[in-house]
Ligand binder design. Structure first.
Ligand code: 3PG
Length: 328
């Protein structure tokens, strides 16, 4: 429902030099795509006259440096595309983060070399949203320990950042009968209310004050890093649950640890293992982290995001289309 249309508007076709065929497209994924997604990426790449190279499950960054040396295009997931990677990638013209958050790309280094950086917004958001609701059910049912838990129906869910994932969470949560509220620093209340999925609140403080559960969907930026802190989470009323499927960097971990030690009613569930995982584990029955970020790890999301990335690269080489470019 929120997927961006793929076709390229003429105004996004810039004066880039056209590279028609025989480009080498490297997929470098420490956490690999499902095989069916890789097969789909290969089909798109080869149909467009290019060749595919694969580097999966690498554990040594030197393998990434070597693989990228002769690549014209690069598809990654959360893999860090640092200045060092860019320096090794002598032929690189385009890098696509198959996913939403592009905080793993060194945009400055890309721009300095004239490399186009893109993401694939919306393509994996349903997968992340389904995981959020799954983790939430797991949490309110006491991590399936056999003891009596609670239900989501009638509870207030706050969505912090109402983008593709936030909207999908709202859609599913409404099916559970939850009352959904949202705040987004880049949307007006009217825009949020017009979605029909959530009621807008005035600011993020109000979201934490109002809701039983707050689900984070903010990107990791200079403004948001460490922004989920003691003062904010402490606004939640008794029994509050914080859900993180965004980035670990947005959490002020020392402050959240301090708060959870003081407030034994609060729970934290996350799809991104905190640096202080061992300390959080001390809050038995109030903390859960997936062993590896699982939100976008479905065949469907891998297919959607991987094939979108392959199409965006093929369009870029064929026409110079820069739709979804993030380093403008
Ligand atoms: C994203 O930003 O798209 C998600 O965090 C998914 O990341 P992943 O591709 O590493 O699973």
């Amino acid at each position: 429902m929120w997927l961006q249309p793929h076709s390229c508007h003429w105004s996004l076709v810039t004066g880039h030099k056209k590279y028609k065929r025989n480009m080498k497209v490297l997929v470098a994924t420490e956490k690999p795509f499902a095989k069916v997604a890789v097969d789909g990426i290969r089909e798109v790449v080869e149909k467009n006259g290019h060749t595919l190279a694969l580097l999966e499950k690498y554990t040594d960054v030197n393998d990434f440096y070597k693989a990228v040396e002769d690549a014209d295009a690069l598809i990654v997931r959360s893999d860090k595309v640092t200045k060092e990677v860019i320096d090794h990638a002598k032929n690189l013209k385009i890098v696509v983060r198959a996913g939403a958050g592009y905080d793993n790309l060194d945009l400055e280094a890309c721009t300095a070399r004239g490399i186009v950086a893109m993401n694939t917004p919306g393509q994996n958001s349903n997968a992340v949203a389904e995981l959020v609701m799954g983790m939430l059910v797991y949490c309110v049912r006491n991590f399936y320990n056999g003891k009596s838990g609670s239900e989501l129906m009638g509870k207030k869910l706050g969505i912090l950042a109402f983008g593709n994932v936030g909207r999908n969470v709202a859609r599913i949560a409404k099916g559970f009968g939850m009352d959904v509220y949202a705040f987004d620093a880049f949307l007006t209340a009217d825009q949020i209310n017009a979605s029909g999925l959530a009621t807008a609140v005035a600011n993020q403080e109000a979201l934490f004050e109002t809701c039983d559960v707050v689900s984070l969907h903010i990107p990791a930026t200079a403004e948001t890093k460490q922004s989920i802190n003691y003062a904010l989470v402490n606004k939640m009323h008794k029994g509050g649950i914080l859900v993180n499927s965004a980035r670990k960097e947005v959490i002020n971990e020392p402050e959240l640890l301090k708060l959870m030690a003081e407030r034994t009613d609060l729970k934290y569930i996350t799809d991104i293992m905190p640096d202080a995982d061992a300390e959080f584990k001390a809050f038995e029955g109030r903390y859960f982290a997936t062993p590896k970020k699982m939100g976008a790890q479905t065949e469907e999301a891998n297919i959607n995001a991987g094939i979108a990335a392959a199409n965006q690269i093929s369009d870029f080489f064929a026409t110079g289309c820069t739709k979804f470019q993030v380093n403008k």
